[in-house]
Design a protein around this ligand. Sequence first.
Ligand SMILES: [Ca+2]
Ligand SMILES: [Ca+2]
Length: 519
Amino acid sequence: MPHDTRADDPRPGRLGAEGRASGRTGLYLAAVALVAFAVMLGSGQQGREEAELTLDVSPEWVHLYPHALSLGGSVLLGTREARGAEATWQVLSGPGDVVFAGEGLEVEATFGAPGTYRLLVTAEAGGRTASREVTVEVVVAEADYYVSPDGSDRNDGRSIDRPFRTIRRAAAVVRPGDVVLLRGGVYNEYNVADSWRRSGEPGAPITFKSYPGERAIIDGSHVQRDPRSPNPSAPELIRIVGLDWYVFEGITFRNSAGRGLALEGSHHVVRNVVSHSNHGDGIFLNGDYNIVEDSVSYDNFSRSNGGDSADGIKVVEGTRNVIRRFLAYENSDDGIDLWDSTNSLVEYSMAFRNGRGSTGNGMGFKMGRDGLTSHNVIRFNVAFENRSHNFTDNGGGGLQVYNNTSVGAGGFGFAVRGRPEVERSLVVNNISFRDGSGVLIDVERRGGQLPDSRNNSWDLGIDDPLFASLDPDSPRFLRLRPGSPAIDAGVDMGLPYVGAAMDLGAFESVASARADEGD
Ligand SMILES: [Ca+2]
Ligand SMILES: [Ca+2]
């Protein structure tokens, strides 16, 4: 039809809008004509004509190798679901075998190799048959090297079919910008300093991460600790010394005879890592500009010395490190220990029930080190039920401690003091609730400055901040109930807030202070 031709006319320029508009009208007219024709056909048939059997199945899937793909859809008789329909899947073409688990339309398909597959699904119901062709594109997550517990270090590691067996092998060959994907499973390896050869570069870090949908677990339980060993922190599952710009993502470190992950360098990123049940620190940093986020460290316990060497995370030295959305619990020494680190930031993190054994310190947040003006910022964190203090300056100064919530410390909720050798600390908008010894905000020695302590729950005489829940498993844990005296009671820290002012504690409430008390 001339209308159609004109609508598809590829000539550029002047024809433009006008030509298209009239073309669209033409299509519309054609569609109306088609409907009219169908209606005529239908009315020409007998009234009891049965509805057609159709298959409602997605014609194209993109799927990540080697995971199973759930295939499905619906069989329709007319517009209704066809009862008792039987369906089968078959492979028309593809680069590998396909195994179907289950029967009928809803099956799990496992593809033997990446590539493009054409499948045919056929349905039968009420003596009618319908079929449909489906294309499945099976792709591999892109990487420079692959490592698998089933691999071999004689492979070149360059494809998912030829993975290395060990992380050590990959560590020896990586260059700046490389991504190494670790297939799921357990790696019994210790890779201390001599495993690592090169640094990444700015904008081109060297990344080790788990294959999407899988989790690599580095497990050190094959090495028995020598009970006479004087070093509770070695060997480490991974220890990188003097190299920078590495990323570790989505990996679990466990059962190390020493530390889990130790990065002694700068510009490293640790993300979505779990480190647990190691003899030394779960995570250890010694360097600058490192970022640790969305990670968890628990049950690290230096049994050889009674517990005082295993923190959830320790930043022994360095500047401008960031720890955020970090969970540290049930470690034998401290949860988050900043020690000698300066100008560092810890936010949106939680430390609880740290302090085990005969010598574990049991601080939730150790915010500095004796005699050091660190300028560390500790904000929007929660600490509860640590053996000793939930938040402590540890003898340091120049801290900014604001909008944290402390509950049930064995010792002080907050211990921040003035000393002559360090700068004054700032302590505002915090909540202390049911802490064993309350809080300690004072001048420890003559010549020290009393911390700038304002608008904390204890300054405002708030004994009960009206938490919505004291159950750590509740999504409302330590959130403020409507009517809480902590709502809008804070000083302005130049950060966003809801209502008239910042609230006290780690969680800004969306409720108004003037609302009626909730139940
Ligand atoms: Ca410690
Ligand atoms: Ca507020």
